[in-house]
Write a protein that binds this ligand. Structure first.
Ligand code: ATP
Length: 238
């Protein structure tokens, strides 16, 4: 995957109050690439994902997608530009039905909503079976699929996935990663944060290792997976 740079993050600084958590993070993602972000708890991965999506203020540095600067845009405008975050913890609306949760992802394209909903049911047949159920009754894995489906409703150009496998049983993680692999084969550009580092590296093209709000290593997924220091630090758990 050697296309031009598509999503770029340039020396991004963000934090909570006066204290930065991200100390100048730079990333490059090419169109159609899957890039994994690895790092221990507290490294700043979720803060980075939220900052990219316009859900956390950027103190300095820039984010661009296909030449367009995003760092000052509100979150909705960033979705309009085609960058969508599937947040950690899924954040489905438990009282709404499965299909109504998915429909919420189509707020920018109401006229296409029902067609796209059907596409999501083709992609995630489990969700079709449960379309009328309250989302709160789904298993964790089904809720994660729901969160991904909702994110895909706006037909993003880049999908950011924050810890999609968190708390899921191994069998459902395999199913979820099969869905991510399918998206990758459809040439979706994906940035994936996941504690299941070995699994994430098995799908990703490249990876960045983030430590204390800085990029500590980057390389092809194969290089990162083969690095002994990184294997000790990050791959032991998965
Ligand atoms: P995890 O995998 O645990 O989510 P992470 O790499 O995603 O880790 P972040 O959640 O981005 O890390 O957190 C980075 C740092 O920012 C941590 O030191 C954390 O304590 C701090 N932090 C996160 N959220 C807040 C907050 N709302 N207020 C203050 N500090 C925060």
């Amino acid at each position: 995957r050697t296309g031009p740079e598509w999503l770029g993050v340039n020396k991004l600084v963000a934090g909570y109050g006066a204290e930065p958590v991200l100390h100048g993070i730079s990333l490059k993602v090419r169109q159609g690439e899957m890039v994994a972000l690895l790092g221990a708890n507290g490294a700043g991965k979720s803060t980075l994902m939220r900052a990219l999506a316009g859900l956390h203020p950027v103190q300095a540095g820039g984010v661009h997608l296909d030449g367009q600067a995003l760092e000052k845009m509100p979150a909705e405008a960033i979705v309009r530009q085609g960058l969508v975050l599937v947040p950690e913890g899924r954040q489905v609306f438990p009282e709404l039905s499965v299909q109504d949760n998915i429909r919420l992802g189509a707020f920018l394209c109401p006229a296409d909503r029902e067609t796209r909903l059907e596409e999501m049911f083709e992609r995630f047949p489990r969700l079709r079976e449960r379309r009328h159920q309250r989302a709160g009754l789904l298993s964790g894995g089904e809720q994660q699929m729901l969160a991904v489906a909702r994110g895909l409703m706006s037909r993003p150009r880049v999908l950011l996935l924050d810890e999609p496998s968190l708390g899921l049983a191994p069998k459902i993680i395999d199913e979820l990663f099969a869905a991510l692999d399918q998206l990758r084969r459809e040439n979706m550009t994906i940035v994936l944060v996941d504690q299941m580092a070995a699994l994430a590296l098995s799908l990703a093209d490249r990876a960045y290792v983030i430590e204390g709000g800085r990029v500590m290593a980057e390389g092809t997924a194969r290089e990162i997976a083969a690095s002994p220091e990184l294997a000790d630090a990050y791959l032991g758990a998965s």
